[in-house]
Design a binder for this molecule. Structure first.
Ligand SMILES: [Zn+2]
Length: 341
């Protein structure tokens, strides 16, 4: 605060008593005016220095003020189902990696540097319950395991072995190629409507498969998820997959109905999203209400019971032990999914 404003007195040269009175009055008015000005102006200018050494400093230093308050969060807390957790800074990459990352034409995938090394060739690792186009189709290991389990179950309940996996992971360059090819053949408008932009394809995640039907005579057919294949579209959530693009959700996903495109998000989340008929865009929003300080989401599925909570930013309460996963949503935070013992 600028508390001291200099008061200046002018020296008069030969002045009468009336003038002195008038002069005193003027000095008083000017003095009062200056004082008022110093208060009004002083409230604005000195503000930054005041902020620097008081309340704003902790959150400014911490960078992440997502918790809303300036009080430090407790280092350890236990969830309602008895899971002891520790507040952990997961690092910036945490928001962009994991099974729940949302990828669409306006939420681009962040390509991890080591993705190539993580991918597995489907042809070399698949069961005999389905076909795969060729050795170029790759998936992340757990998505591949889930695919094997799903297709084995489909076959075990009477399904034929004619499902052909025609796409898995795609690089950014390959998606660019697909986009350009579509634009060349059908025009830019068509490409923008039906083909994801490079960076905006879920196939970049290594958690996605596209199916086709391969008949015994060598002919192929578009996979529609109908007839005997309806079992896959109706039960895929029990293996961690969701039918990503469905009729009625085009405005949210930006992609037209694609019954052949399956996205792995993990069993509990796939079961919950399917039960609530939420596409991934909606599901990511839905999860945001379950912050650590509020009621957590409980998911009961064939795989067990899970407790789920969301944290904005990169700081989250992480279980001290037990079976759990942490996934970014690729938007603004992370989701912790913990199996309840
Ligand atoms: Zn696809």
């Amino acid at each position: 605060m600028q508390r001291y404003q200099g008061r200046r007195r002018k020296r008069g040269v030969y002045i009468g008593p009336a003038h002195i009175l008038l002069l005193l009055l003027v000095v008083a008015i000017v003095g009062l005016g200056l004082f008022m000005l110093s208060r009004a102006g002083g409230d604005k200018k000195p503000e930054p220095p005041v902020d620097n050494d008081s309340t704003q400093t902790p959150s400014a230093d911490g960078k992440d003020n997502s918790s809303g308050g300036s009080d430090p969060l407790p280092g350890s807390l236990t969830t309602t189902s008895g899971i002891p957790c520790t507040l952990t800074d997961l690092g910036a990459d945490a928001v962009y990696t994991g099974d729940l990352v949302l990828v669409n034409n306006w939420t681009f995938f962040h390509f991890p540097a080591d993705q190539e090394q993580q991918l597995r060739c489907v042809l070399d690792n698949k069961t005999g319950s389905y076909f795969v186009k060729d050795s170029t189709v790759n998936l992340l290991p757990h998505a591949l395991d889930a695919l094997n389990a799903m297709m084995d179950a489909f076959h075990a309940q009477g399904g034929s072995k004619s499902v052909n996996v025609v796409a898995g992971h795609r690089t950014e360059e390959f998606q660019q190629h697909l986009f350009d090819q579509s634009a060349e053949r059908n025009g830019l408008e068509h490409a923008e409507k039906y083909v994801a932009k490079p960076g905006g394809s879920e196939h970049h995640t290594g958690l996605v498969v596209d199916f086709s039907i391969l008949h015994s005579d060598g002919s192929s057919e578009e996979y529609k998820g109908a007839g005997e294949y309806a079992w896959i579209n109706e039960n895929c959530q029990n293996y961690g997959y969701v039918v990503r693009y469905e009729t009625g959700k085009e405005d949210l996903t930006g992609i037209w109905d694609e019954p052949w495109h399956f996205r792995y998000i993990g069993i509990p989340h796939a079961v919950e999203a399917a039960a609530r008929d939420l596409c991934l865009e909606e599901y990511i929003d839905y999860l945001k209400q379950f912050t650590f300080d509020k009621d957590h989401l409980t998911i009961q599925c064939g795989d067990g019971t899970y407790e789920v909570w969301y944290a904005q930013g990169t700081q989250a309460y992480i279980p001290d032990s037990g079976e759990y996963t942490v996934s970014g949503n690729n938007v603004d935070g992370v989701v912790v999914t913990c199996k309840v013992q």
